[in-house]
Design a protein around this ligand. Structure first.
Ligand code: CA
Length: 229
């Protein structure tokens, strides 16, 4: 049974979320302030955290940042609950490593769909499915090789990991910092320029698929399943 940790200070919303998540078969834990949540999450190790931004004591962005900086909890997916008008917080949240967000007011149906999608994406990545496919591009994690139309691509280890990250996060805008932290690691002493250089080389090697990696000006990159013509 998957466990969801809800951090939200609106009591009615906690009840609504708990009721609907439990109905879907999840086990639900909840806390109403950021400080207590930060104490409990590393202990409970939930499968996903639903995180409100405006929280008493410690705010949601700090909670997210703290979870993502802790090697014990950094793999737990975080879905942020943001209010309309918190657009800049949303971007900061994604930069801090949040995995998805839902804007309030949301429909329960939409929220459940997001939770399911994020959990699916994460369990896939965790099980480390040996092979990842995109059209006629095959990435083999066990062999550490990428084959495009039966032609093996000559990728460096970092280019391989970068492509793997793009494929497992397709459709999501990824900031340079998120890429740097997740592909190179938090302790990597480098700049976001490193990311640009590697993306450029990866594009060159991807041939017909180069346009799938799109530049998001002033922010980062996006792997799109449908590339523009
Ligand atoms: Ca709140």
């Amino acid at each position: 049974m998957k466990q969801i940790f809800v951090v939200e200070d609106e009591k009615d919303l906690v009840e609504l979320l708990t009721y609907n998540l439990e109905k879907e078969g999840y086990r639900v834990l909840s806390e109403m302030d950021g400080e207590t949540a930060l104490k409990k999450i590393p202990d409970k190790m939930p499968d996903l955290v639903l995180l409100d931004l405006m929280l008493p004591k410690v705010d949601g962005l700090t909670v997210c940042k703290t979870l993502k900086a802790n090697p014990k909890t950094n793999h737990i997916p975080v879905v942020m609950l943001t209010a309309k008008g918190e657009e800049s917080d949303k971007i900061v949240g994604l930069e801090l490593g949040a995995d998805d967000y839902v804007t309030k007011p949301f429909s329960v149906k939409e929220l459940l769909a997001r939770v399911r999608a994020v959990l699916r994406r994460f369990s896939k990545a965790q099980e480390g499915e040996a092979v990842q496919k995109f059209k006629d591009l095959t990435l083999n994690r066990a062999k550490h090789e990428v084959v495009l139309k039966s032609q093996k691509l000559d990728l460096t280890a970092k280019e391989f990991e970068l492509l793997d990250y793009f494929l497992t996060h397709s459709g999501r805008v990824l900031s340079r910092d998120v890429l740097l932290n997740n592909v190179w690691g938090y302790d990597y002493f480098g700049t976001t320029r490193t990311v640009d250089v590697h993306v450029r080389r990866l594009r060159e090697k991807l041939g017909v698929y180069d346009k799938h990696i799109q530049t998001v000006k002033g922010y980062g990159y996006l792997f799109k399943e449908e590339a523009p013509a």
